[in-house]
Ligand binder design. Structure first.
Ligand code: GLY
Length: 264
């Protein structure tokens, strides 16, 4: 019997806003952003996603929404449903409308409602558990809503304290089956029982944000020592230049929503 084809993996992205220099900043000093370079880097990032087997769907620029390239914060896409978030920064809330329009073709939509606030950058999905950072962007009300929305689908939601950085996924992401890349100054290892770790190099505190696609990792060139640690573990690392979106306090996970086209 021939094997059924693997489901298409979608990467939903959005072009860099011409207003990106007016982005929200919390833990990063404002610095000039080269918009042409930001767009070239974003294009190259999309090319890596294609090379790793994704079908990239790019939404057009939102010139009034400075942070709108960071699509990850607007939704949590699971196999069965997509949860449209209510971003913690009011300036970012209008970003969700076009994302909901794009995701409605693939998933039933659920929503976080006021007074809940949730950024997708605070949500780390490992198997059937969603670890949710209790950051300045994501609050208890949203975590309670998420728990009620997803418990019937068999998901567990676990709040995790983060300190000193914007989002949970600034502090920790998954880089292989059973292994996390972590900055232990910003989140406690003990929150993730049963996982193995690799720590960021101490000179690269922002180095814990990586995209895991199958067994391949997309990772920024700005953290070469940590990249070397990953390679020494046998992890396949594909590096991308992210200098301009890093100035806007965004990492590699922030710039895409990744999901299979065939939802439940
Ligand atoms: N500039 C990214 C954010 O603050 O959401």
């Amino acid at each position: 019997m021939p094997m059924p084809p693997a489901p298409t993996r979608i990467a939903l992205t959005r072009q860099v806003s011409s207003a990106i220099e007016q982005c929200e900043l919390t833990h990063v000093q404002r610095a000039p952003i080269d918009i042409g370079r930001a767009r070239k880097q974003h294009h190259d990032y999309e090319q890596v996603l294609r090379r790793l087997g994704c079908r990239v769907e790019t939404l057009s620029e939102e010139p009034e929404l400075p942070d709108s390239v960071f699509v990850e914060d607007t939704a949590i896409v699971l196999e069965e449903v997509a949860v449209i978030t209510r971003p913690g920064a009011p300036s970012r809330r209008p970003e969700t409308a076009s994302i909901a329009g794009a995701l409605a073709r693939y998933r039933k939509l659920l929503r976080i409602e006021a007074p809940g606030t949730l950024d997708g950058g605070d949500v780390l999905l490992i198997e059937r558990t969603l670890y949710v950072g209790t950051s300045r962007r994501s609050n208890r009300e949203a975590i309670e809503q998420l728990t009620a929305l997803l418990a019937p689908l068999g998901y567990h939601v676990r709040p995790v304290a983060v300190r000193g950085c914007l989002h949970l996924k600034t502090a920790v992401t998954q880089v292989a089956e059973g292994r996390l890349l972590i900055n232990p100054s910003w989140v406690d290892r003990a929150e993730f029982a049963g996982m193995r770790y690799v720590e960021v190099d101490e000179a690269e505190p922002f180095g814990a944000n990586a995209v895991l696609l199958g067994d391949q990792v997309i990772y920024p060139t700005s953290h070469p020592r940590t990249a070397e640690r990953l390679r020494r573990l046998g992890i396949a690392v594909h590096t991308v230049e992210m200098s301009e979106t890093e100035k806007a306090e965004g990492g590699v996970t922030c710039c895409s929503l990744l999901f299979s086209a065939a939802g439940a």
